[in-house]
Design a protein around this ligand. Structure first.
Ligand SMILES: Cc1cc2nc3c(=O)[nH]c(=O)nc-3n(C[C@H](O)[C@H](O)[C@H](O)COP(=O)(O)OP(=O)(O)OC[C@H]3O[C@@H](n4cnc5c(N)ncnc54)[C@H](O)[C@@H]3O)c2cc1C
Ligand code: SF4
Length: 349
C-alpha cells in the first residue's frame, strides 16, 4: 500500500487538494502540465476575483506559495501523467519526464479550457482588433489603463456580450458557464472605475448573478456604476465607416432591431471541457459525460469518485465551477482519497 497521493493539475482545485492531503500527513506528488502553478486565474492573468475583490495573483498566489513551501509536496511542472497502472491503494503512474510515482490514490483537478471566440466568427473576434475576450479585458484592467488596442484612444462605449460559447445550441454548447455574468458585471465596474468617461453596456439573455452575487454585482453595477443592461439577441458585429464597431441585433424586450456603435466589444467567454479530456479519460481510465467534461461515479454516497476506483475528480473538470466551489471540491477529494487509503491499509493489516 502506498501512502502517497498523486494530484494532477495545479489550479485552485489541485492546489487545495494537495495542501489538504499533506496537512493530514500524506505524501503528495503534484503534476502540472504548465511551467507555472495556479491554473486559469494565473495562466490567463485574471484581474480582481469575484466575489472577494482580491487580485488573482495575490489570492491564488497564496495558494501556490502554501504548496511550494510544503516539504511534504513534490512538484513536477511542465509534466503530464502518460500511464496509470495498478489499482486503488497501489497505483504506478509514469510521468512524461520519466519519473515513476507509486501512489494510493489519484486526484484529478485538470480543469477546463476557455471557449475560443474564433468559433463565433460573426461576433468579430479575430477580425477586428478592438473585439476582445473577458480574459484580455481583465489583463487590460490589470495594466491600469483602458484603451482601444487599435489606436490607443479612450473608449467612449464598451459592450460586453454575455454567453459567448455558452447556452448556444448552434455550436454544441448548451451549458451555462455559471460565473461569467458575475465576472462581467464586476468587469463593467472595473472599467468605469479606471475610465469614468466610458459607458459600459451589457448585452444579455438572462442575468445569472446567482446566490449572494445579485446585489453585490448586478444591482451595484447598475445603480452605482450606471452599467446599461440590454436584453438582446446579437446577430453580428461589423465595422462602421468611421472605424467603430457596430453591434447589431434585436432588443428582445421591445422586439425591435438595434444597432449601437462601440469602441470596444468584449466577449464574455464560457468554460469548455478541457480540450485534453479524451486523452485524460484514456490515461486514467475515467469516463466523459455527454458534453465532454469528466464524468462522476456515484454522486451522493461516493462523491467525487470517477468511473475508476481510487481516482477522484472535482473542480471545473466536472463542469463549469467558480473558485470557491473548486477549492471545496479539492478539500473533499483529499478527504475521500485519504479515507479510502487509510481504510485499505487497515484491511491489509
Ligand atoms: C473569464 C473567466 C473569469 C473567471 N473569473 C473568476 C472569478 O473572478 N472568480 C471565480 O470564483 N471564478 C472565476 N472563474 C472560474 C475559474 O477560472 C475556475 O473556477 C477555476 O479556474 C477552476 O479551477 P480548477 O483548478 O478546477 O481548473 P483550472 O484553473 O483550469 O486549473 C487546472 C490546472 O490543471 C492543469 N492541467 C490540465 N490538464 C492537465 C494534464 N493533462 N496534466 C497536468 N496538468 C493539467 C492546467 O494547466 C491548470 O493549471 C472565471 C472563469 C472565466 C472563464
Ligand atoms: S453565467 Fe451568465 S453569461 Fe455565463 S453562460 Fe450563464 S447566463 Fe451566460
Amino acid at each position: 500500500m502506498s501512502d502517497t497521493v498523486l494530484v494532477v493539475g495545479a489550479g485552485p482545485t489541485g492546489l487545495s487538494a494537495a495542501a489538504a492531503a499533506s496537512s493530514v500527513g500524506k505524501k503528495v506528488v503534484l503534476v502540472e502540465k504548465e511551467a507555472i502553478l495556479g491554473g486559469a486565474p494565473i495562466i490567463s492573468g485574471y484581474a480582481k476575483l469575484v466575489p472577494s475583490g482580491e487580485w488573482a495573483k495575490d489570492a491564488i498566489g497564496r495558494m501556490v506559495a502554501r504548496v511550494e513551501n510544503d516539504s511534504g509536496i513534490a512538484i513536477h511542472k511542465s509534466s503530464r501523467v502518460v500511464k496509470l497502472d495498478g489499482e486503488a491503494g497501489n497505483f504506478t503512474a509514469t510521468l512524461s519526464n520519466g519519473t515513476t510515482v507509486n501512489c494510493g490514490a489519484v486526484i484529478l483537478g485538470t480543469g477546463f479550457t476557455h471557449f475560443d471566440s474564433i468559433n463565433k466568427p460573426e461576433w468579430g473576434f479575430g477580425t477586428f482588433e478592438d473585439v476582445l475576450t473577458t480574459t484580455q479585458m481583465e489583463q487590460m484592467v490589470a495594466s491600469g489603463k483602458i484603451a482601444c488596442p487599435s489606436d490607443g484612444r479612450v473608449p467612449e462605449r464598451v459592450a460586453i456580450l454575455l454567453c459567448v460559447g455558452s447556452r448556444d445550441r448552434q455550436i454544441g454548447r448548451e451549458w451555462c458557464s455559471k460565473i461569467c455574468c458575475t465576472v462581467s458585471t464586476n468587469l463593467a465596474m472595473e472599467i468605469k472605475e479606471l475610465s469614468p468617461t466610458t459607458d459600459v453596456f451589457i448585452y444579455y439573455m438572462d442575468i445569472r448573478t446567482f446566490g449572494l452575487y445579485e446585489d453585490k454585482f448586478y444591482w451595484k453595477s447598475q445603480e452605482e456604476f450606471k452599467t446599461k443592461f440590454v436584453k438582446a439577441r446579437i446577430a453580428e458585429v461589423t465595422r462602421a465607416p468611421d472605424g467603430r464597431l457596430l453591434v447589431k441585433g434585436e432588443d428582445t424586450l421591445v422586439k425591435r432591431p438595434i444597432v449601437i456603435p462601440f469602441d470596444i466589444v468584449v466577449h464574455a467567454i464560457g468554460m469548455d471541457p478541457n480540450e485534453e479530456n479524451p486523452e485524460i479519460a484514456k490515461v486514467f481510465g475515467v469516463g466523459l459525460e455527454k458534453h465532454g467534461f469528466l464524468d462522476r461515479g456515484e454522486q451522493y454516497t461516493n462523491s467525487f469518485s470517477s468511473m475508476r476506483r481510487g481516482v477522484y475528480v472535482g473542480g471545473s473538470a466536472l463542469g463549469p465551477e467558480d473558485i470557491d466551489t473548486s477549492i471545496s471540491h479539492g478539500l473533499a477529494m483529499a478527504m475521500r482519497a485519504v479515507g479510502e487509503m487509510n481504510g485499505l491499509v487497515q484491511k491489509a493489516a
